[in-house]
Design a protein around this ligand. Structure first.
Ligand SMILES: Nc1ncnc2c1ncn2[C@@H]1O[C@H](COP(=O)(O)OP(=O)(O)OP(=O)(O)O)[C@@H](O)[C@H]1O
Length: 369
């Protein structure tokens, strides 16, 4: 699968732009703040119906404009797909596939699989467990539509159950029957989500370790462990045992919304023990493993977005990554860097077709192929 053409109007600092891409390597080069990441983000947007960085469209529309438009022409399984998104300030987005508007945006997720590697991924290591749950959810949702539907329903039930618990706390009569109705749904949805997260991580782990070992040249051992209350007890037991606690706390204290991932370097959390380069390597290996995983399930290659990935890495690691991404197994790649040398290394290391775009203040000032 690849993106042939991208048209943007008023997307962040990009006022108007139409670009034709190589099915292989596309490089964006330019100084800081010129719009390289915004371009990659626009490509991400067309796959996920939202920016990688901000889910509030008001932040994505150019500050001086009243609307934005993104359109992508793709080749997917030998068919052309045209994906369009238009957003007016203060209004709901209009998202279409081949001129037909989606009823639910979740129907689009997974059509155009994509993997983004960005400096912002650091929050997976530094931030709270919600980031890591979002990570699992966004990957699994790309290949399992039912997972996303179940997750949306689960979160809705949790909200309703929490409201009920809050109402009990503020004097509403305790109502066992309504609580049991919500619990019944959580038992079913929670078990489904747990099973799929567990399966995903089980399969991802060896590929991730292999990538880390290739990039670091076998010097360090990393692991990725799924942490869930459901390892020990089923969802029903968890809810039954926590009934009293939930009433006191006035929210649901157990379930898959408490899951986490333990990210280790050797025996210790990478958050505490990893250097900046090791953390970066960890995240790149994780994303490349995710790429392999989605590719296998989809049966075709996702798009790979590499935003400024070489910063903080030593030359050996850069060399390994350059070698990896130059291999045929990766399909269409979009890569951004301020440093032309990195891109030249990638381009000279492979015979793959490429397009290079020099970007300045949201506009393309030069192209090369
Ligand atoms: N809604 C918006 N309207 C106008 N400009 C915006 C908007 N959102 C972000 N920008 C601008 O986009 C620019 C950032 O672009 P981007 O992050 O793509 O830069 P970059 O080329 O990747 O830089 P770096 O090399 O530093 O990562 C900033 O100047 C920011 O002010």
């Amino acid at each position: 699968m690849h993106l042939e053409k991208l048209s943007l109007i008023n997307y962040k600092n990009i006022l108007e732009l139409e670009l034709n891409f190589s099915p292989k390597i596309n490089c964006f080069i330019g100084n800081n703040g010129m719009g390289k990441t915004n371009l990659l983000d626009a490509v991400y947007y067309l796959s996920f119906c939202k920016s990688y960085f901000s889910s509030t469209d008001q932040h994505n529309i150019n500050h001086d404009a009243q609307f934005m438009v993104l359109e992508g022409n793709y080749q997917r399984k030998d068919l052309e797909e045209v994906v369009y998104c238009g957003v007016k300030r203060g209004q709901k987005k209009n998202f279409k596939r081949n001129k037909k508007e989606y009823k639910k945006l979740s129907e689009h997720i997974g059509l155009l699989p994509i993997v983004m590697v960005s400096p912002a991924d650091g929050r997976l290591i530094t931030d709270g467990s919600e980031e890591r749950r979002k990570y699992m959810d966004s990957v699994i949702s790309q290949y399992d539509r039912k997972y996303l539907d179940d997750l949306i329903r689960y979160n809705r039930v949790i909200q309703q159950r929490n409201k009920l618990l809050k109402d009990f706390g503020s004097g509403t009569k305790y109502d066992e029957d309504t609580l049991s109705i919500w619990d019944e749904q959580l038992v079913h949805l929670g078990a489904e989500i747990y099973k799929k997260r567990k399966d995903f991580l089980h399969k991802l782990m060896p590929v991730f370790q292999e990538y880390y070992s290739v990039i670091s040249q076998g010097n360090e051992i990393v692991s990725l462990e799924y942490k869930s209350q459901l390892h020990e007890h089923g969802m029903r037991d968890l809810l039954d045992n926590a009934r009293w606690k939930d009433q006191v706390m006035q929210y649901t204290t157990v379930g898959i919304h408490k899951d986490d991932l333990i990210l280790n370097l050797g025996k210790f959390p990478i958050k505490k023990m990893g250097s900046q380069g090791q953390k970066k390597t960890y995240l790149i290996a994780l994303k490349l493993a995710q790429f392999e995983f989605i590719k296998q399930i989809a049966g075709f290659t996702p798009i790979l977005l590499l935003d400024d990935i070489f910063d903080k890495l030593d030359s050996n690691r850069v060399e390994q990554i350059v070698r990896l991404v130059s291999e045929e197994r990766f399909g269409q790649i979009f890569i951004s860097d301020t440093n032309r040398d990195h891109l030249d290394e990638i381009l000279s290391g492979s015979a793959l077709e490429y397009q290079l775009f020099a970007i300045d203040n949201g506009a393309i000032i030069n192209t090369e192929s």
